[in-house]
Design a protein around this ligand. Structure first.
Ligand code: SF4
Ligand SMILES: [Zn+2]
Length: 358
């Protein structure tokens, strides 16, 4: 892949109309954040090709995604959590890492085998995280087993990924592919790259000795519930067929602040996906030769993926259970009257702009 000049992303990519709207909406947010504090940090458990690990997830505050500054993805409010000025110094990023290590020491009995680092953009983009910082972070976590770092496909190469592989870590690159369907990625998500770029990134990661975890987004705006389900089934299958992509994290869209999705939601033009839809995709792709997990954020709330309000926690628990065991029979153990409503929505909803049920 060619080495891009710093501003090439902002030019002529995506849809200008989407970008203009998103720039307007984001401009309403005037919060700022401390550059020495991570955006978020938490402990969890994660399924990997080597089994289930205790994980430390870090969302570094790196100053925000460059694509978001051009307008960016229709559902993404992450830039709203970035720092003023647009970049964070090496010392500050390392202070954020220290904060996360302290959090881990206080809350876990032992160090996590798996470290996951996300940013409000691309960890491997040297405009967000300088090479010096990237190497220092690789060294800090060299005594762990596995690491996941998030990046857009453009920045995946031998040098960036190699820092972690050379530190002796099983390394995975998390790529926000969103969907395998180029039309949906471009027109609904407003993300500029193609599936072919994702395939190239998988090859580059493989050459560097790393693997890829693809992140998919269920139900971006402008899709009906059934279109969203079909899009995800197709996407999981296409990802499973790409060498090097061993895990898919398929996550339902939620309504984040200062986004186009939020505008549509307030105007009655968007409903987050049903948890039944998430279960349906997991169940129907369980045979594929790839780990498929899902983490429905904000489940059961109006702005997050939800069913009727009665069964949301039960279905969420089945999904989390599936994440760890990959056994589709967990879904046979949950049922609710609202499945009939969901069924009707799948067959009768023809247009995204008129969700048939809340
Ligand atoms: S989803 Fe990723 S690429 Fe899109 S605006 Fe958000 S951080 Fe940037
Ligand atoms: Zn229900």
């Amino acid at each position: 892949m060619s080495t891009p000049s710093p501003d090439v992303y902002e030019q002529g990519k995506g849809m200008d109309a989407h970008n203009a709207v998103m720039r307007d909406i984001r401009a309403r947010n005037d919060s700022t954040y401390d550059p020495r504090e991570p955006t978020r940090v938490w402990l969890d458990e994660d399924n990997t090709p080597d089994g289930v690990y205790q994980s430390l997830t870090i969302i570094l505050n790196t100053g925000g995604c460059r694509w978001a500054r051009a307008g960016g993805c229709t559902m993404c409010g992450y830039v709203a959590e970035s720092v003023e000025g647009g970049s964070v110094a090496h010392e500050d990023l390392m202070a954020q890492i220290q904060h996360c290590l302290d959090h881990e020491a206080e809350n876990a009995d032992e160090p996590s085998g798996l470290i996951k680092i996300y940013t409000s953009g691309s960890f491997l983009d040297e405009r967000e995280v300088p090479a010096e910082t990237r190497r220092a972070i690789a060294e800090t976590f060299a005594d762990r087993d596995r690491i996941v770092v998030e990046s857009l496909p453009d920045f995946v190469d031998r040098e960036t990924v190699g820092d972690f592989v050379d530190a002796g870590l099983e390394t995975d690159v998390a790529v926000g592919l969103e969907t395998a369907t180029d039309r949906v990625r471009h027109d609904c998500v407003n993300k500029y790259f193609d599936f072919a770029d994702f395939e190239d990134a998988c090859e580059a990661a493989r050459d560097a000795g790393a693997g890829v975890k693809a992140y998919l987004l269920m139900k971006p705006p402008f899709l009906s519930e059934s279109e969203a389900v079909e899009d995800m089934k197709r996407s999981v299958r296409r990802c499973a067929a790409v060498d090097g992509c061993h895990t898919v994290s398929m996550n339902p869209c939620n309504v984040q602040r200062y986004t186009m999705v939020e505008e549509l939601y307030h105007d009655g033009g968007y409903r987050p996906p049903w948890l039944w839809s998430v279960a349906e995709v997991l169940e129907s792709t369980a045979e594929e030769d790839v780990i498929v997990v899902s983490d429905p954020v904000g489940h059961g709330s109006d702005r997050g993926p939800h069913n009727c309000g009665e069964c949301d926690d039960r279905v969420q628990r089945a999904i989390k259970d599936f994440d760890l065991r990959q056994d589709p029979s967990v879904f046979e153990q949950v049922s609710c009257e609202c499945e009939a409503t969901w069924d009707a929505v799948l067959t009768r909803e023809r247009s995204y702009s008129l969700p048939l049920a809340r």
